[in-house]
Design a protein around this ligand. Structure first.
Ligand SMILES: [Fe+2]
Ligand SMILES: [Fe+2]
Length: 268
């Protein structure tokens, strides 16, 4: 293996348009940049709300090594037993949901090896600003990082959060301790990708992989109507203008230190 590793991380895959564009464009991205590790956030894969076990298998079958998630992970009831029964699941839920007996099912960290033999760890965390009041993502990150064996150098954090300030803060907090802190959840890509001074690749939000002729993935009219009236509305997945949003990170194999981060926005 080369002395550098490449990590491709795909932002929130939204409904069928999102799944379709990943299927269509991922082979090209693999051919172009030969990533050693492909990760994606799958919290909106099932009609914008959650993910089902067959969709987990479908996305992993495209070559994605592991799926992260966020607040929408709980939308499809069939995912509860799946998370509970697959302790080595390659589907994560945010680690800072209260766990333990009687707590949220599933895991928020994965430590494993790619088929190519690369050791890696992924931590999924969720913010608390304008989101459910769960455990502290900063302290959860500290506790989980302490559990990662020292031979695992490539460590990627998906921080699924609403507030820019909380995301920027976690980036600085973990700088030099992980390969990347990548924001998800807002479904709008930000233009602030950078490698922080300690060697951590950072972006506030990867953006959604799904239909952009929409309000963050849903048909526009129903969402606008909801803002106009304040009344509950039924939201359907939009169809048009699908984009794949991702980042490609290069890191040193020996240290896990990020060397570069490139934002990728591709249309079908
Ligand atoms: Fe999302
Ligand atoms: Fe979310």
């Amino acid at each position: 293996m080369n002395s550098n590793v490449k990590i491709l991380f795909i932002g929130d895959i939204f409904g069928q348009p999102g799944r379709r564009i990943v299927k269509e464009l991922l082979p090209h991205l693999v051919e172009e940049s030969a990533p050693d590790l492909i990760l994606a956030n799958g919290e909106n894969a099932a009609g914008g709300f959650g993910i089902t076990p067959p969709l987990v298998e479908e996305l992993l079958g495209l070559g994605i090594a592991l799926l992260t998630s966020g607040n929408h992970i709980w939308d499809k009831k069939e995912i509860f037993p799946y998370l509970a029964e697959h302790s080595d699941s390659r589907l994560l839920r945010p680690a800072n949901y209260p766990g333990g007996s009687g707590g949220a099912p599933g895991q928020g960290m994965y430590i494993g090896k790619t088929r190519g033999g690369l050791d890696y760890a992924v931590i999924n965390l969720q913010g608390r600003v304008f989101m459910p009041a769960i455990d502290c993502p900063f302290r959860t990150a500290d506790a989980l990082l302490a559990q990662i064996p020292s031979h695992v150098k490539v460590k990627v954090v998906d921080f699924h959060a609403e507030a820019t300030s909380e995301k920027v803060s976690l980036g600085w907090y973990l700088d030099g301790r992980v390969t990347a802190v990548l924001g998800t959840h807002t479904h709008v890509p930000t233009a602030d990708e950078t490698v922080l001074p300690g060697g951590t690749a950072y972006i506030t939000d990867l953006g959604m992989t799904g239909p952009y002729d929409s309000v963050i993935g849903m048909e526009k009219q129903a969402v606008i109507q909801k803002f106009l009236t304040g009344l509950p509305a039924r939201f359907d997945v939009a169809k048009g203008d699908a984009h794949l949003c991702a980042v490609l990170i290069q890191a040193e194999l020996d240290t896990g230190r990020a060397l570069s981060i490139e934002r990728i926005v591709r249309k079908a």
